[in-house]
Design a protein around this ligand. Structure first.
Ligand code: BT5
Length: 250
């Protein structure tokens, strides 16, 4: 079983693939490439030894997953950077659909498999960026998809494509994901619209935890920058960043 399905130097649409068997974190490798001035590179590793989520949380990255970072230099105002996170999450949904899996989106960065009983996390996105004069200089969209990974090797609450449909062709799923992201990244309005269609968060009672505390209410919509609108007892709040918990309806 080859550990890394991509040969060196191969191109996937407009992205040059930078493949590795193992890295501490594909986002960190993408940062090095950003410092060298690169653009439109997809860093891929078969496993990560220090994969991370938001707020430096640990991201389990055993062999067989799709651990991928897209380095882009978009012409976007800083407050629209979430569009890239949403475009990546939608790209995962589309690639999963091609593998026969229906996935849904949770604000702000999760791709879930849901049924009436529970929600399990198939993929997560970690977007990091550098700004200059109010514009994005570069953005790195780190995408972790549990592809050919056993659920036992992942934290509780996770699920993989392998659990759902058996082993998948990682090259095909990765190429579908990168191609879908490439199509979506220039279409801000389309991304917002498509995100709404696939979201499980909208219409739900939620608890959002931010650095300033937490708010509870009903998530009604996202705005053009991807901020979540939450109807609370004291009015509508717009949340740009935070952790979201879906609550059972009262
Ligand atoms: C995320 O953070 O969901 C972003 C994950 C981004 C991972 C990619 S992999 C390629 C690139 N390189 C990196 O180093 N990172 C990116 P957050 O919303 O903070 O969720 C983190 C939480 O998800 C953890 O605290 C665990 O509870 C859970 N978790 C950890 N590993 C997981 C996995 N493989 N599958 C599902 N859930 C996981």
């Amino acid at each position: 079983m080859p550990t890394q399905p991509f040969p060196h130097g191969v191109q996937s649409g407009s992205f040059r693939i930078d493949p590795h068997d193992a890295l501490p974190s594909t986002n960190d490798r993408a940062r090095e490439l950003a410092a060298e001035g690169a653009a439109d590179v997809a860093v891929i590793a078969d496993r990560q030894t220090a994969g991370r989520g938001r707020l430096d949380r640990e991201w389990a990255s055993p062999p067989g997953g799709i651990w991928l970072s897209l380095l882009v230099r978009p012409s976007l105002p800083v407050d629209r950077v979430s569009i890239l996170t949403f475009a990546a999450a939608l790209a995962v949904v589309r690639a999963a659909a091609e593998a026969g899996v229906e996935a849904r989106l949770k604000w702000p960065n999760d791709v879930l498999i849901t049924d009436d009983e529970e929600e399990r996390k198939l993929a997560g996105i970690l977007t990091e960026s550098s700004t200059r004069d109010g514009r994005l200089q570069w953005a790195i969209i780190g995408i972790g998809v549990n592809a050919n990974v056993d659920r036992d090797d992942l934290p509780p609450g996770s699920i993989s494509l392998q659990d759902l449909v058996g082993g998948v062709d990682r090259t095909a799923v990765t190429e579908a994901l990168v191609a879908a992201f490439d199509r979506l990244r220039g279409d801000q309005a389309g991304v917002i619209e498509a995100w709404r269609t696939h979201a499980v968060t909208l219409g739900r009672r939620v608890e959002i935890t931010t650095g300033d505390g937490s708010i509870t209410g009903v998530a009604t919509d996202i705005d053009e920058s991807g901020r979540l609108l939450v109807e609370t007892e004291t009015g509508v709040e717009r949340v740009a960043v935070g952790d979201c918990r879906h609550l059972r309806s009262a």
